[in-house]
Design a protein around this ligand. Structure first.
Ligand SMILES: Cc1cc2nc3c(=O)[nH]c(=O)nc-3n(C[C@H](O)[C@H](O)[C@H](O)COP(=O)(O)OP(=O)(O)OC[C@H]3O[C@@H](n4cnc5c(N)ncnc54)[C@H](O)[C@@H]3O)c2cc1C
Length: 378
């Protein structure tokens, strides 16, 4: 078996690298400090078509295959975790619309999302509900031609700027998904600042007080919110996070190599020290292992293999833990300089940890992977 990118994938890979080097990386540090993503970034992402990377061509998207999407998210992860988060959540909402909405909704929303005119956000988590997603407290009640939503969502990535929210609520006591526009009556957002990492993710709390939306805005059917809509979006989200972690770790490796070559202690460059070489070796091998898990997951997803679900859990679990370890080692190699904002590894270290929390925590993945192992292997 040989893993080989197609000429088109290689062309895209190079295009992504240049875009991240010239557009994303120059702004990443400022965005992190300001806790704000400058509008120029998503304007340029839209111009390149990246906001529609996974949206079908007939709606104006680029309809990239899963491997190319992985490469896109790896490159964005290398440059800025917050920009990668935008790709992730926007894609999760677009995927839900494409997979579960009626044709009129697809025709209305997907071209707007592909062009970046409309930004999507994913609203599942609540103040009292995190990992135990089935316990969502937000309610939706049918009232004539409208649903009335009441409740709060917390930690919503891009919640400060999104136009369209995929909201999960209890309807007839069953978890159900809805499309909620920012302009809906009774809908508001409150910025959340002071995050440790992914600080330019424009996180917000979402407040719905008798929020009225047309009944056509239901996604799928009553009761399919978690089992179908959230699960398929989270599957996609986890894949993009895993690939982003590979990119983040790669950035840590490159910075560590540069530093270990330049920094001298005990009369020689750090790179000559065998303990430093061991750290570098572990970085290289673990990054490669995570990359291969991502490629395997992407390939299985692309061919529609049901094992892709487990492959994505494995990739997200391994890659997020790996990124935390690699980022920690990168800080270690940089010594005190690594603890200072003047060096990007300081940001990578803070950003890395977020990946163990989002799209299912490390522990929830341990529960899912182990449960599946007991079902599959004995
Ligand atoms: C930067 C950032 C962006 C986010 N963006 C979004 C977003 O866009 N949309 C959205 O809906 N949410 C978002 N979230 C929320 C995220 O999905 C949740 O934080 C996550 O699901 C975990 O929930 P929690 O924080 O409430 O932790 P809890 O569920 O309260 O868990 C706390 C700890 O206990 C562990 N734990 C819980 N249950 C078990 C168990 N049964 N066994 C073992 N350990 C367990 C967890 O692993 C964790 O370590 C974001 C979070 C962050 C930090």
């Amino acid at each position: 078996m040989k893993i080989e990118f197609t000429p088109e994938q290689l062309k895209y890979k190079e295009e992504f690298r240049i875009f991240v080097d010239t557009v994303i990386i120059p702004e990443a540090d400022r965005n992190d400090r300001d806790e704000h993503m400058c509008t120029e970034i998503y304007k340029k992402m839209s111009e390149k078509g990246y906001m529609g990377s996974m949206i079908p061509r007939r709606y104006g998207g680029l309809e990239m295959d899963m491997i190319t999407l992985g490469l896109l998210n790896e490159e964005f992860g290398r440059g800025c975790s917050s920009a990668r988060s935008l790709l992730t959540v926007h894609g999760m909402v677009a995927l839900a619309i494409n997979k579960w909405c009626v044709q009129e909704q697809k025709d209305y929303w997907l071209p707007k999302m592909a062009s970046g005119k409309v930004i999507g956000a994913f609203g599942l988590t609540e103040p009292n509900v995190g990992s135990d997603a089935k316990s969502v407290e937000t309610t939706a009640v049918l009232d004539g031609d409208y649903y009335i939503l009441n409740g709060r969502k917390k930690w919503i990535t891009m919640g400060q700027i999104a136009d369209l929210f995929l909201i999960f609520a209890r309807c007839e006591d069953k978890l159900t998904a809805f499309l909620v526009e920012r302009k809906s009556p009774g809908f508001s957002t409150k910025p959340i600042n002071g995050l440790m990492g992914a600080r330019a993710s424009m996180i917000a709390e979402v407040i719905m007080e008798n929020c009225r939306i047309p009944k056509e805005n239901i996604v799928g059917a009553v009761g399919t919110g978690l089992s179908h809509v959230a699960m398929s979006s989270l599957d996609y989200g986890r894949y993009t996070v895993a690939c982003g972690c590979v990119g983040l770790a790669q950035a840590c490796l490159v910075e560590s190599l540069r530093y270990a070559r330049k920094r001298r202690q005990f009369g020689q460059a750090l790179r000559k020290n065998q303990l430093i070489q061991k750290i570098i070796t572990e970085m290289v091998v673990n990054i490669e292992a995570a990359r291969l898990l991502c490629l395997n997951a992407g390939y299985l997803k692309e061919i529609g293999d049901p094992d892709s679900i487990m492959a994505i859990w494995n990739a997200k679990y391994f890659a997020s833990k790996m990124a935390v370890q690699v980022a920690s080692d990168a800080v270690q190699i940089h010594g005190a300089n690594g603890c200072c904002r003047d060096y990007p590894v300081e940001r990578y270290y803070r950003d890395a940890k977020i990946n163990e929390i989002i799209e299912g925590t490390t522990q929830m993945h341990e529960v899912m992977i182990a449960t599946n192992a007991f079902r599959s292997y004995v």
